[in-house]
Ligand binder design. Structure first.
Ligand SMILES: Cc1ncc(COP(=O)(O)O)c(C=O)c1O
Length: 408
């Protein structure tokens, strides 16, 4: 082999989250805590296989009619149609009018990719090929857009002074962006901040989006996981559809069904009429064919069973409430420790106001590093913690450690 072929390939830096997890795994400290990982853990820090998923798995295992043939290019139809109803609402005017183009994807990441690729090919950008991303956002959004030749640009979202939403900044950038700009919006449980607009704020955002004819690129990775209620967490997406706004939604079942490794997702594009939806879907199919040929079957079959069976669907909702409830309990307990027990300087109410898997603590990079180095508590440099990493055994230790770094 000639050595010079790959000479020009530079060494890429490791993924920051995976690097953090590796450092945590190597740490020998008995009471170490991993608050970096974006995956649900039970009260004993263990991954949780949802009981409804276990049940659905055993149904699939005993189904003699199933084989390992390819799925259609756009995925399992009974899965994608049920998934569309889940996010858009069973009574959605768009679903009823048959104007939703749904394609099964490699989880939420694949949905983001396919959505971005479709826009890159077919969206009539007004000027530069760019998509607006909240500052900050899920770190992968940048690379996903750049991979398909779209330039990510940022819009203000998080205000470090209030540890809350920079509503004015968000609205102003919607107003000042060129007409028909594309805005990537987190449907609920914003990653990494945990800061979501209120319903009133969503309405105001939708109004400007309508005025400026912007396109909404919704990323929905946490439906049900945020509040414990699937409908509540889909409110913004459904409101935008009701308002007749043009949009697409990227959907993931990684978190809300605990199916991280099964890669179950969907992309739903909502055009104005059924005929357009049909043309859009035909092009999505062409794109999908060249990339993955057809999506994996097992996870989609599991989710399809759960969504299409009334009994299993109720059980899933119970499991979702278990996960969301534990996370909300941890928010309450961390807040109680910091305020009532330790009287840690500063306001900690944002921990209660934020929603979903993550919380922006407001800790700075030096304080975050100190938590890693001195307390063996692993979190990202921006002060984001995964609430799922907290449990009844470690929350007090984490609160005391945060108190320690805040007091210096
Ligand atoms: C905002 C957001 N979008 C999409 C994803 C995609 O996740 P997955 O590909 O595992 O469904 C994640 C995962 O962390 C996320 O936080």
């Amino acid at each position: 082999m000639s050595a010079e072929i790959w000479q020009e390939v530079p060494l890429a830096p490791p993924d920051s989250i995976f690097k953090l997890t590796a450092a945590y795994k190597e740490d020998k400290f008995k009471d170490k805590v991993n608050l970096g990982v974006g995956a649900y853990r039970d009260d004993n820090s263990k991954p949780w296989v949802l009981p409804v998923v276990k049940k659905a798995t055993s149904i699939l295992l005993n189904d003699e009619t199933l084989d390992h043939e390819y799925l259609p290019i756009t995925g399992l139809a009974e899965y994608t149609s049920a998934a569309a109803k889940l996010i858009l609402g069973a009574d959605s005017p768009a679903v009823k009018a048959g104007r939703v183009s749904s394609v099964q994807t490699i989880s939420g990441t694949g949905a983001n990719h396919l959505g971005a690729l479709f826009l890159s090919r077919f969206y009539q950008f007004n000027g530069k090929k760019q998509v607006f991303l909240s500052n900050p956002t899920w770190i992968n959004h940048y690379a996903i857009l750049r991979n398909v030749g779209i330039e990510p640009v940022e819009y203000p979202y998080y205000d470090p002074k209030t540890i809350g939403l920079d509503f004015e900044g968000f609205i102003n950038s919607l107003k000042s962006a060129p007409e028909r700009s594309v805005f990537l919006i987190h449907a609920c449980a914003h990653n990494p901040t945990g800061v979501d607009p209120t319903q009133e704020q969503w309405k105001a955002i939708a109004e400007v989006i309508k005025e400026k004819k912007h396109y909404s690129f919704f990323d929905s990775a946490y439906q049900g996981f945020a509040s414990g209620d699937l409908d509540k967490d889909a409110w913004a997406v459904r409101y935008f559809v009701e308002q007749g706004l043009p949009l697409l939604v990227c959907q993931s079942f990684a978190k809300n069904a605990g199916l991280y490794g099964e890669r179950v997702g969907a992309l739903h594009i909502v055009p104005p009429d059924a005929e357009t939806a049909n043309r859009v879907k035909s092009q999505l199919s062409v794109l999908q064919r060249s990339e993955i040929s057809n999506p994996p079957a097992h996870g989609a079959r599991l989710v399809s069973l759960i969504l299409n069976d009334a009994g299993l669907f109720e059980e899933w909702k119970r499991d979702i409430r278990t996960m969301a409830g534990r996370i909300i309990d941890m928010r309450n307990e961390l807040h109680r420790q910091l305020t009532e027990v330790l009287h840690t300087p500063g306001s900690w109410d944002h921990i209660l106001q934020q929603i979903g898997m993550f919380s922006f603590t407001g800790l700075n990079p030096a304080q975050s590093q100190k938590l890693i180095d001195e307390a063996h508590i692993y979190l990202t440099q921006n002060g984001r913690i995964s609430m799922a990493g907290l449990n009844s055994h470690n929350v007090e230790y984490v609160a005391r450690s945060i108190d320690g770094v805040v007091r210096g």
